[in-house]
Design a protein around this ligand. Structure first.
Ligand SMILES: [Zn+2]
Length: 406
């Protein structure tokens, strides 16, 4: 993909190179671990024209979602339940949600967020490509159309109900490669005063805070407000509000609508000014970014191998998708790590892609056989450290990038 997916510019600069990786969110069932695994190059390109950062290599959606059971569920953790409840309250308030309003969520996962909107009296339709997620959503009485955001799924969604007061997608708008194809259908399915709202990791945070493990193949885009504003204006959608939160280390929640008079030019300009100032559109910034993440990798590996030399047993903690970018970039596998722990029922009993670490419940860390835990879900590192210390007070912990044990 050497063309910008937002402005179609063909002169893009390769700014981040992380080597070859498997698809990060496909945790493997036991019967598949003896099969060959596909690896894809994981590099990012910068478009200097519209400011967009995108993946170079496109994995077809069928390979991403339909060949494997999708394992992430929104309702898995207390942190995410609280986050999506806050999202529902804030967004309902902002758009002045009324009983009977129709809400469409794409990438609706297990239906958690829509179930919150339903409690406020909204009619809800989910769109999701993963058959096992649609099954989980139906248990919550959330009606889900199977598929990706596009002409047919949106037409089906508005056929039964009215046009949408809200179309939203969270941590999925950044998965879409054909943005210019889907946007006209989104506009069509929106009510005259309807809002399009998405939340995604913020490109500026990824670069400023070195969140390199937010980069994986499912993420087509690492949005800046400059690139989102460019895309939306092109399709007649205007940003009215932006919120910035610390979910996943740094996300933007962008609100837009068709009414040009609601365009919040002042806010958009402020964001773009900050983005320019931080250097995310400059090549030199990415040289520093790569140097820093490589240094962190060497520091962490030096610590890990020095412990291995002393016969210490090390397990990884937190089988998150982003953890797979980290362990595969660090080239850690079963020769170094014993296993990885998590609490998700969708993941326990499976294996991590690439590194093939078996996934066990966090309680497995209570065993005296494990001396050290490597926290790979660093974004909730403090939360995990407190939790793990309760399970095993003697365990020592490593946080990537830190040179000392906790
Ligand atoms: Zn561009």
């Amino acid at each position: 993909m050497n063309t910008c997916i937002i402005c179609q510019n063909k002169t893009l600069s390769k700014v981040i190179e992380l080597g070859h990786h498997p698809i990060a969110d496909t945790f493997l069932k036991k019967e598949r671990i003896l099969e060959p695994q596909k690896l894809y190059p994981l590099n990012c390109l910068l478009c200097k024209k519209c400011g967009h950062i995108q993946n170079e290599y496109v994995v077809p959606p069928e390979e991403r979602y339909m060949e494997n059971d999708y394992s992430y569920t929104a309702s898995n953790s207390k942190i995410s339940c609280e986050h999506w409840q806050e999202y529902c309250d804030t967004v309902s308030n902002y758009i002045n949600l009324k009983k009977g309003d129709h809400i469409i969520e794409f990438g609706s996962n297990d239906g958690l967020l829509l179930s919150y909107f339903q409690k406020k009296g909204a009619k809800a339709t989910g769109i999701d490509p993963s058959p096992n997620m649609a099954k989980l959503a139906s248990k919550r009485n959330v009606n889900t159309i199977s598929g990706l955001l596009g002409k047919e799924t949106l037409a089906t969604a508005i056929q039964k109900n009215s046009k949408a007061k809200l179309i939203c997608g969270n941590n999925v708008f950044n998965h879409i490669y054909n943005l210019n194809d889907v946007m006209p259908h989104v506009i069509e399915a929106l009510d005259k005063n309807g809002y399009f709202v998405f939340e995604s990791p913020y490109g500026k945070d990824i670069i400023d805070k070195f969140l390199f493990d937010t980069i994986y193949h499912e993420h087509a885009s690492y949005f800046s407000i400059k690139s989102v504003d460019f895309l939306f204006k092109k399709h007649g959608l205007y940003i009215s509000n932006i919120e910035h939160n610390l979910y996943h280390g740094g996300c933007i929640r962008v609100y837009a609508l068709k009414d040009m008079s609601k365009y919040n030019k002042k806010l958009v300009s402020r964001y773009i000014k900050d983005e320019n100032k931080s250097g995310i559109f400059s090549l030199n910034t990415y040289k520093k970014f790569m140097a820093k993440i490589e240094k962190d990798k060497f520091d962490t590996l030096s610590l890990v191998y020095s412990l291995k030399k002393k016969n210490q047993k090390i397990a990884a903690i937190g089988a998150a998708t982003k953890g797979n970018t980290l362990i595969n970039y660090y080239k850690l596998d079963r020769n170094v790590l014993e296993f990885v722990t998590d609490t998700s029922k969708q993941k326990i009993g499976k294996y991590t892609p690439g590194s093939l670490l078996p996934i066990y419940h966090d309680n497995k860390l209570s065993s005296k056989k494990i001396d050290v835990g490597l926290i790979i879900s660093w974004n909730i590192g403090k939360f995990l450290a407190n939790k793990i210390k309760k399970i095993n007070p003697k365990i020592k912990l490593i946080v990537p990038g830190e040179k000392k044990l906790l």
